[in-house]
Design a protein around this ligand. Structure first.
Ligand SMILES: [Zn+2]
Length: 332
């Protein structure tokens, strides 16, 4: 019955707005058994099932296993995994009102977040076979698209500089690497993502630099495609071409890749950890492989801009990104 409903809904949608939909499948999506957005999993049930230690310490849920540690806070969607922030789609429920202490049995996480964040990060999904890996590195912007321009630094120049260094470090580690551009030129988001499909890439990493109205904003953010039809870290669910029954097929892997890169950068460069976040980003959605977008520092912050543009930072940053990608392929 539900399938029929989807079919009718789709026919209607396809007829109304064929934009963004090819042969019945929303671009970048594959058919997927839907996980009801309002289904919950008790955190201690999840932990017990996978032999993860689970305890409550000063109103936070601490999961530990094999030297890894995850901290979840009732009422918050921010999780710390081995010290790195990851934003779940929804907050963990279980905070009690009126100053009552939290009870672990009442702490629960959305099944969507268990499926796409907790399971992949805890390495509970099937490991892939190792082979020579192909990676697409995407220097953001280029040509007429400058990206942000701050303190005399153009984002498009810096992204290219970083990407070229990441590429050469990955090649030294034995990877096959393609860049979406080698020089200052315009490339559409579709063409960037298409390159990943053309070369059957195992991962796409898009390199960007950040800016914000608040000049004190600083630090590193890594973005993954948001759970299709769900809110992003800072956005409402988008309904432009949403069709139930489909999902971006690389949700879990992208979150692991994002976490690996974010952790390597934070550890190596001691930058502020702004977390692994999710948004509706086209270049990620259209990539037919695990994909992330790294915001490598705030050019709008005068100190951080100077730091980002320095050769020492570029060297350490590109090393951390390459090592993060390598770590992902070794461990997840
Ligand atoms: Zn950018």
């Amino acid at each position: 019955m539900r399938r029929e409903l989807y079919l009718i809904l789709f026919s209607l949608l396809a007829w109304l707005s064929p934009v963004g939909i090819i042969q019945g499948i929303p671009l970048g999506m594959t058919a997927s058994e839907p996980i009801p957005a309002n289904a919950w999993v008790a955190i201690d049930t999840f932990a017990k099932k996978h032999q993860i230690q689970c305890r409550l310490v000063s109103n936070q849920v601490i999961l530990t296993k094999n030297g890894h540690r995850m901290v979840l806070t009732p009422g918050s969607n921010q999780v710390l995994f081995d010290g790195i922030k990851v934003f779940l789609t929804y907050p963990m429920e279980g905070g009690r009102t009126g100053g009552m202490p939290t009870r672990i049995a009442e702490c629960r996480v959305r099944q969507l977040d268990v499926h796409y964040y907790l399971r992949p990060l805890w390495g509970l999904n099937l490991k892939q076979k190792r082979k020579i890996r192909t990676v697409v590195i995407d220097p953001g912007h280029g040509g007429r698209q400058d990206g942000t321009i701050q303190h005399g630094v153009r984002e498009k120049d810096l992204t290219l500089k970083t990407a070229l260094q990441v590429a050469s470090k990955l090649r030294a580690l034995g990877y096959k690497v393609y860049l979406t551009r080698h020089d200052d030129r315009d490339i559409s988001l579709d063409d960037r993502a298409n390159l990943a499909a053309k070369y059957k890439a195992d991962a796409l990493v898009s390199i960007h630099y950040n800016s914000a109205p608040s000049l004190s904003a600083r630090g590193i953010e890594t973005y993954v495609f948001h759970l299709y039809g769900q809110p992003g870290t800072h956005s409402e669910p988008s309904s432009d071409d949403f069709m139930p029954g489909y999902a971006y097929p690389f949700n879990g892997q992208s979150r692991c890749l994002g976490w690996c890169i974010q952790k390597r950068i934070i550890n190596a460069l001691k930058m502020q950890d702004r977390g692994v976040r999710s948004e509706n980003l086209k270049v990620l959605r259209l990539s037919a492989c695990p994909s992330v977008l790294v915001e490598c520092g705030f050019l709008s912050n005068v100190q951080e801009c100077k730091q980002c543009a320095s050769p020492a930072y570029q060297k350490m940053l590109s090393d951390a990104i390459a090592q993060g990608i390598h770590w992902y392929f070794m461990d997840f």
